[in-house]
Design a protein around this ligand. Structure first.
Ligand SMILES: [Zn+2]
Ligand SMILES: [Zn+2]
Length: 187
């Protein structure tokens, strides 16, 4: 089934304690950037959704795959993508961590700001750097929801990245072939 991207619902994800909730300013900046770059409507939910059920206390990380399943249940219309954003660290069992995860051709994606922060690497905090990386990671995961797989072009936002250095090399956009596939899926 072709799922044409029409709108993005941006949902903050946190523990019930409040830990991991992104600042409203950060959510708003990401929503504005995503709406601008993709030219689709982007709505923001203010109350964080709990991800306690997916929190692994020993790893101090959230398993992203069950989160995607919960987000998928909230998708109400075809073309609506549920995008979770959290400051908590994400993982899947076969990997130490992930920057994000998405359902291939599905309505759900999740992105973590945890390892995109300059301060995680001992640098001075920078919202500009964080938003730039979050946008690239968001475009990457949204690409997967539109059926895009990983791209061998390092500059393309669909290239796979396991370090922030590789994310920084990516441009905030798709290469020619990826852009054509993505554009065909945007209403
Ligand atoms: Zn990917
Ligand atoms: Zn590409």
């Amino acid at each position: 089934m072709i799922r044409v991207l029409e709108s993005i619902q941006l949902l903050p994800l946190a523990l019930t304690s409040g830990e991991g909730a992104p600042r409203v300013e950060l959510i708003d900046r990401l929503a504005a950037e995503a709406a601008r770059v993709l030219a689709v409507s982007c709505q923001v939910e203010t109350a964080p959704l709990s991800v306690d059920y997916a929190f692994e206390t020993l790893r101090c990380q959230v398993w992203s795959t069950p989160v995607l399943a919960r987000l998928q249940e909230r998708a109400r219309r075809r073309g609506q993508i549920m995008l979770g954003l959290t400051m908590l660290d994400l993982y899947v069992p076969i990997l130490t961590f992930v920057f994000g995860e998405a359902q291939l051709n599905g309505p759900a994606a999740v992105v973590s700001a945890h390892r995109l922060r300059e301060e995680y690497y001992g640098m001075e905090a920078s919202d500009d750097a964080l938003v730039a990386r979050l946008l690239k990671e968001t475009l990457h995961e949204l690409g997967h929801t539109q059926g895009l797989k990983h791209c061998t072009d390092w500059r393309c936002v669909m290239s796979s990245a396991h370090t922030v250095e590789r994310i920084d090399i990516r441009q905030a956009g798709f290469c020619g072939p990826c852009a054509r596939i993505f554009a065909a899926r945007v209403a």
